[in-house]
Each structure stands twice: as C-alpha cells, then as structure tokens.
Design a protein around this ligand. Structure first.
Ligand code: GLU
Length: 507
C-alpha cells in the first residue's frame, strides 16, 4: 500500500432505515480505516429527492453511534472535504459533467421518456432488449447524431435533456476487485448511463465518482449490488484522468434458509430484527423492530456482523472479538466471495456471551430502571444480588424479570403440575416445622439456612424432596430458579416465612 492516508466512506442513501447489511458495510469500512490509521467518512447520497425519507439520515447516524463505529467526517462533523450531503454539493457536479462533454466522453441526449419507452416496446416485440449505446446512439436524438446548431438551439430553448456517458465501443476492460480479484468486461455490452439531468441533479454514478475523488477516497468498500457499476466507474475515472481508488465489493447477506438476499421485509416476518434500531415509518406509521430495542448489546450485534462474510483466516475457530480485536485482525483478503447466511440464533448466542461479560453493577442499574417501569422499586444492592444469581441463564436484561420476578414479588399463582406433585397431605405440617427453623436462624445467610434445614431433614429422616420441593414452590411459584437457599437469603427471613404461610393457605 502506498503511503497515502487511507480514506474510506460509507455512502448510504437516506431512503429509509439502515438495513443490517448496510451496518455491516459501514463496519467493514470502519475496521479497514482504523486498522490503517485512516479516516472513516459518512456521505449522505441524497440526490434522488423523490426517494428521500424524513428521519433516515438521523437514523443512520444514530445507528453508527450505537454500534460504536462513529465516523470521523460527515454531516455535523465537517472537515475540509465537506459538505457531506450530496444535496449540498449540487452546484459542483455540472462543472464536471461539462468537462466530460468537452473531452468527448459524454453527450446530451434529448429522447423523451415516451420515445424511449416506445423503443423498448419495439425491441421487446422482436424479442430483443433495448440498450442505449454505440450500436444505436447515431439513430437516437443526441448531440452525437444531431447537427451542432440544433443541439445548441434545443439547450437554449430549455428542452429537457440528460447527459449520457459515451461508453467505449469495443474494449476489453480489465477490472480489479480486492475481494474477487481480476475481471474483464467487454464494454460493448454496457449502456450509456445517464450522468446528469437537466434539472441540475447528477445521477448516483456521476456524483459518487466526483465525490470519491474530491474526498480523496482511497478504497471503496461497498455491497455486491454495485459490482455491475464497477466498469462504468472505472471508465469515468479514466475519462476524468483521475486515479481510481481500490474497490472491494462485499458479499451478500442471505436469508437464514440460504436462498436469496436478506431483505428489509424479512425480519419481522421471520421473527428477528433486520434493523439496528427500531424504525417507525413516517408515512405509514408502521414500525419495524430493532436490535437495540430488542435488548441486544451493540457488541453482540457488531461481533455477529463482523463474521458475516469475514474470518481472521489461518483456520482460526475464534468467534468472540471485541471491536479492538476486529480492528487488529481485519483484512479485505479474508472477506469471502460468496454470500453468508444470516443466523438469528447465532446472534442470540453472541448476546448471551456478552451478557456473561457484562458488569453486574451496570446490569443492576438497568434492571432497577426496568423494574421502575413496572412500578416495582428495588435497591441497587439487591438488584446486583439478583443479577449475580440469574446471569448465567440470562440472555437479555428482560430475562431477569421474566425468569426472576419472584425475587421482587411473591408468586401470585403456583404451577399446577408442580403443586400436585410437591404439595401433599402432610406438607403443611412440614412447612410449619420449616417456618420454626427459619425463625430460629439468626444470621439469615444461604449457608446457615441450608445447614439448619438440611440437618433437620436428616435427623428426622424425611425425604429431601418432600421438604425442598414445597419449599421452592412456596418461594418461586414453580420448580425453577437457582439454589432455593440463595433465593431465601435474597428475599430475606420475613418474606420467606410469609411466602411459606401463603402457600399453606393457598395450596
Ligand atoms: N448510495 C449508494 C447506496 O446507497 C452507495 C453505493 C456506494 O457505496 O458506492 O448504496
């Protein structure tokens, strides 16, 4: 690599929420930039005003921030290469398209959309596809076929036109992709793409190349869907006499079944989010779920995304990577060519892992907040205890409530099956004895309670299950949860006794 500073960009169009595939593209750009001490730029490609969606840009920025992959330059972080919204760079593109016209690399085309539709229909009727390029451009209405004076007159009269790229007629064009290697494209199959419209707006192709050049982008890392545009982009760099950046096209993310691209609509249909954050469509009001709101840690989402189409190579089985480790390990050579299946269960697996890594005090704080929403007040200290007892089995913060509500409120009901099995004729009497033992336990720790109850059971020669099962049922309401003595110690002596008495009344 040259000594030139690495500069990459993530260039989404604000047409809706950022799909998880877009987040992965941003992540790979971020990792590549950071690995090489370079800059990660966010450019908003909003030239297509018809597809602009309110709130999408904010959503994109919030998503990157939530994933802890912030951009170095972009809207709100203006540096020399700004502005970073194409709509704010509008004035700039005309100059460049005029250069291409002057050098004979682009031309005006006046064909109306009705005329083009007609051509398409005629071709279709003959079983052919209409392509606007070298083989027919002389027969169409453009500045290559019409006399110069007429072209001038049309433009002055304000006739609608587009500017098209004049694709070389017959060339074998060599292309290189950092992931896919070398390719050759025959230019004769390409069409003369529209670069600019008479409304003063550039198309994606022109704006993208001009901006990448002006922003000194060294590596274009983007989704595979842009691979078919690579030839045009390389030709444009050549036409401008600019050095092209390096290109890397990332593989598709496939549906969990492996067939077809994971689409924006798949997620909620298949029961998992395909967006980083929840999104509420400003027009329809429909909402789509997001990983953040579903309770995922950004670390889990980032780790999962990093391994979708990348591995550290060398046959490593390592799957858990911090962002820092990813930055160290990331290379484009180890990005795969083929698509990777999206695996929602694997995402949960990562989440469970990061839950185990999470700090108990922090989790407890979030748990206290969650309980407040349910109008249950609890102390930070108590929440830490509960977190420690349940964490091993928890994947999401909500699990602490879903699996452990009995730590905060006495059970309302008792699992019917368990009650039938655990609560017998003589159980109430046994529980009286247990209550008495508990009353006598001064220092109400799990060890002390256990010692007391167990030695009594042994000395009386009663079956353990006969006591322990109804004991657990009384405290929890079901046959689940961590060590019952830990539960008793956590909820305390009075509450433990109250719950035993309650069970005696109810069962
Ligand atoms: N605006 C394009 C998109 O939305 C960017 C493609 C590129 O990175 O060149 O995907």
């Amino acid at each position: 690599m040259s000594t030139e500073k690495v500069r990459v960009r993530f260039a989404p169009s604000p047409t809706g929420p950022l799909h998880i595939g877009g987040v992965r593209t941003a992540l790979f750009n971020y990792l590549f930039a950071k690995k090489h001490g370079g800059d990660f730029i966010l450019r908003i490609e909003d030239t297509d005003q018809a597809r602009y969606v309110e709130g999408a840009e904010e959503y994109i920025i919030e998503s990157l921030n939530w994933c802890n992959i912030p951009f170095d330059e972009g809207p709100g972080k203006e540096k020399d290469a700004g502005p970073y919204r194409q709509s704010e760079r509008k004035g700039l593109y005309r100059e460049y398209v005029e250069k291409l016209i002057a050098s004979g690399n682009a031309y005006y085309a006046f064909d109306t959309s009705e005329e083009l539709d007609q051509h398409r229909a005629n071709h279709e009727a003959e079983g052919k596809t209409f392509i606007y390029n070298w083989h027919n451009r002389q027969k169409l209405k453009n500045s290559l076929s019409l006399p110069e004076a007429e072209v001038k007159q049309k433009i002055e009269a304000g006739e609608t036109y587009v500017v098209r790229f004049k694709t070389p007629e017959d060339e074998s064009l060599s292309l290189k992709d950092e992931i896919r290697g070398d390719m050759t494209i025959e230019t004769k199959i390409l069409d003369d793409k529209v670069l600019f419209k008479s409304d003063g707006m550039p198309t994606y192709h022109l704006a993208n190349i001009v901006d990448d050049h002006l922003m000194k982008i060294t590596h274009v890392i983007r989704g595979e869907e842009w691979l078919p545009s690579l030839a045009l982009h390389v030709l444009l760099y050549r036409a401008f006499d600019w050095t092209a950046p390096k290109f890397a096209h990332l593989p598709l993310i496939l549906k969990p079944q492996g067939k077809g691209k994971l689409s924006k609509r798949d997620g909620d249909k298949m029961g998992f989010p395909v967006f980083p954050l929840e999104w509420k469509d400003p027009k329809s009001g429909d909402s789509s779920s997001g990983y953040r709101e579903e309770g995922y840690f950004p670390e889990a989402v980032v780790n999962m995304l990093a391994l979708l189409g990348w591995n550290a190579g060398g046959g490593t089985e390592k799957e858990i990577y911090t962002l820092e480790e990813l930055t160290q390990a990331f290379t484009l050579e180890h990005v795969s060519k083929g698509g990777s299946k999206f695996d929602p269960d694997k995402t949960k697996w990562f989440q469970h892992h990061y839950m185990q890594e999470a700090n108990d005090e922090e989790l407890a704080k979030d748990l206290v907040r969650l309980l407040e929403e349910k109008e249950i007040s609890t102390s930070q200290e108590y929440a830490v205890k509960v977190v420690a007892l349940l964490k091993e089995r928890a994947t999401f913060l909500s699990d602490f409530w879903d699996m452990g509500s009995y730590f905060f409120t006495a059970p309302e009901n008792y699992d019917e099956k368990a009650a039938k099995k655990a609560w017998k004729e003589d159980t109430s009497e046994l529980m009286d004895a247990v209550i008495q033992l508990l009353k006598e336990t001064e220092d109400f720790t799990a060890e002390n309670v256990q010692e007391k109850v167990k030695s009594w059971i042994t000395s009386e020669g009663i079956g353990f299950g006969k006591v322990m099962q109804p004991f657990r049922l009384s405290l929890v309401g079901a046959m689940q949860g961590p060590d019952v003595f830990e539960i008793a110690a956590a909820i305390g002596k009075d509450e433990t006794i109250n719950r035993l008495k309650r069970a005696q009344e109810k069962l």
